[in-house]
Design a protein around this ligand. Structure first.
Ligand SMILES: [Mg+2]
Length: 249
């Protein structure tokens, strides 16, 4: 596969003055057909642990995954983190979670019955949200999108969030941008220049949030339009950039 040319310049070296917010899938980690199949290199965990110290704690993971999954992936590291695109949050050991509506049980059951027609299609129950994945079954896209549209009627206060070969049903309100703004209101993030690194449409809220707080976004890949100011090619380039930052911070 040829590497696309990036329309944005490479970011400056990581600074110890920053508050660094990192998306996980497609940013730190390469995508897998099944979200549970991703692997984390122990070397990356070491890099994140050292960076967390150099930034005086101002390093957070901001993901669509649940916090419990993030902790499992990056064990033994337990960083400040935002899960489910802002619905779960942990800072200073204090954890918050959004409640689950009863109608989600039926929505998951119906979705799974439909997805069975397409081997590889997946309905992921994330507790408060449902993600419909077709990365391993591209033919299922139309059906899963239609299903997502139809089930919204059963879920007042929910909306669709479109991502990379996935659509997610999630409650209104919280998103990655609002989560980053909340974190920036408190130490160790407060008063630092916020930098968000992410690949997906769902990261655009966060790019806009850091821009409005004198920071900037770093896009992973070449997707446009984007509110990010800089870009890196892929997760391997992000990992190399973070590692280089250890020498310069
Ligand atoms: Mg991502």
């Amino acid at each position: 596969m040829s590497t696309p040319t990036l329309s944005l310049p490479a970011p400056p070296a990581v600074s110890s003055e920053w508050a660094l917010f990192l998306d996980v899938d497609g940013t730190l980690l390469d995508f897998a057909d099944v979200p549970g199949d991703v692997a984390v290199d122990p070397g990356l965990i070491d890099v994140l642990a050292v960076l967390h110290g150099r930034l005086d704690g101002a390093l957070a993971l901001v993901s669509g995954r649940r916090l419990a999954q993030l902790d499992e992936l990056f064990a033994p590291l337990k960083l400040p983190a935002v899960g489910l695109h802002g619905l779960e949050r942990r800072e200073d050991g204090h954890q918050e979670r959004h409640p689950r509506p009863v109608a989600l049980d039926q929505a998951v059951a119906w979705g799974r019955a439909l997805a069975q027609r397409y081997p590889g299609a997946r309905v992921e129950d994330k507790g408060t949200t449902i993600a419909l994945h077709w990365r391993a079954a591209p033919d299922a896209e139309d059906l899963l999108r239609q299903y997502a549209d139809s089930i919204l009627i059963e879920l007042p206060g929910y909306h669709l969030q479109h991502g990379n070969m996935v659509v997610e049903l999630r409650p209104d309100g919280a998103h990655k941008g609002s989560a980053v703004v909340d974190l920036l209101a408190h130490p160790p993030f407060h008063g630092r220049r916020p930098v968000f690194v992410g690949d997906d449409l769902t990261d655009e809220h966060a790019f806009q949030a850091v821009c409005s707080h004198a920071g900037f976004g770093v896009l992973v890949g070449s997707r446009q339009p984007s509110a990010a100011r800089y870009a890196l090619h892929d997760p391997a380039a992000v990992r190399a950039w973070l590692e280089e930052g250890l020498d310069l911070a």
